[in-house]
Design a protein around this ligand. Sequence first.
Ligand SMILES: NC(=O)c1ccc[n+]([C@@H]2O[C@H](COP(=O)([O-])OP(=O)(O)OC[C@H]3O[C@@H](n4cnc5c(N)ncnc54)[C@H](OP(=O)(O)O)[C@@H]3O)[C@@H](O)[C@H]2O)c1
Length: 387
Amino acid sequence: MSSTAGDGDRNHLLLDKMDLKGKNIVITGASSGIGEHIALTLAKEGCNLALLARTKSKLDQIAEKCRSSSSQIKIHVLQCDMSEKLSVDETCKQIGSLFNNEVHVLINNAGIMGEQISSMEEKTKGDGEKDVVDMWEEVMMVNLVNLMRITNRCLQFMKKIEHGAAIITISSVAATMTGSNLSHYHASKWGVNGFLGSIYEDVRQYGIKVCSIMPGMVNTPMLGDFMNKVHVEKCIQPDDIAQGILYVLKTPYNIDNVLIKYSFKRQPVCYTILNNIMSGYTKQFVENKIKQRQIMMFSKSKDPDCIRAKQIIEQYQLPEGSYECLDIEKRQDCRQMENYFQILCLTDRRKVPYFFFNGLYFGSLFELNICHQNGSLKQLVLDTCAS
Ligand SMILES: NC(=O)c1ccc[n+]([C@@H]2O[C@H](COP(=O)([O-])OP(=O)(O)OC[C@H]3O[C@@H](n4cnc5c(N)ncnc54)[C@H](OP(=O)(O)O)[C@@H]3O)[C@@H](O)[C@H]2O)c1
């Protein structure tokens, strides 16, 4: 196909990554856990930050650490109570004047879990007994209603920005399932995803990315009593989430991270859902496994594509110890692994099997089948195992 002026423009678009230096970024819930790590990571990238939370003393400490990454950046501490409409509106006005009405990225991270209690109960059991419905309402105000408020206010500050603005939200895997004793938390996170998916339809024409990150358990103070029940070192770490955010922000705005679709119009198509973002532990496991065998297949034992792929690869002469087929569904972190593969292989939600030849991603059933049918797989296997 001959190249046209239009093609040149497209190539430019595909390379048009977001340079984070000097961007104005608002982070809610920046005084602890995930928010703190996001702040420190983005400060290292040279971003100006507005750090929001209720506890000013903690924000001040984090702001100081951020400032030590660069003398060029501006770090603002804004005390804000996300359960209070007036506090959120007042903070948004301050953001507007501090950032000259220009916000590039809003990171909706503040959130609370509320008390774990059956919806059959009328009163909470924790300190300062409350009406259960009042506790639910507080969770909805912080996690959903005022998230919607600050999102709307910050969108006004994004209109001027031609490309590369983003709304990134820390939702939760709770948005994909139901769970006893936490109906309020699940309801709030389902609401968040419904809101994000819908605003995406409105804002894409302005070049604004929308991303919902949906982690499982993250090693932060929010885990509370769970800390004693789980191996926290095997949980997702807050820095894994911060790295996920960098991944989203640095991906060209016209690539949809889920479908890896390219939009050739000057229109973004980035509605990202990073499901169960990977933990460092999962990453390490996968990377070690890939290095152990010359041909590594990650599979699910009952998946028809995997069964077919296994039949194909095992027809070839594979020297002992050079090949392994690992069934990922037998692992506790199966969903995290799947997500990790999607990032590692930049797959378009391509499902298992995943093949790695000599440590490099080879492909899925589709690629294997092509090589099998055109007769090139035999030589490929021989070369891989000989190296
Ligand atoms: N940890 C997990 O396992 C996990 C899993 C999936 C999703 N998430 C989500 O990740 C986000 C961050 O949680 P985290 O794990 O980092 O918890 P965290 O360490 O408890 O941090 C929560 C943050 O939210 C802020 N916050 C709470 N209530 C607020 C209010 N009324 N107004 C303003 N800020 C408020 C807190 O600051 P102040 O107390 O100073 O106000 C703090 O900075 C939440 O949305 C959570 O739902 C967490």
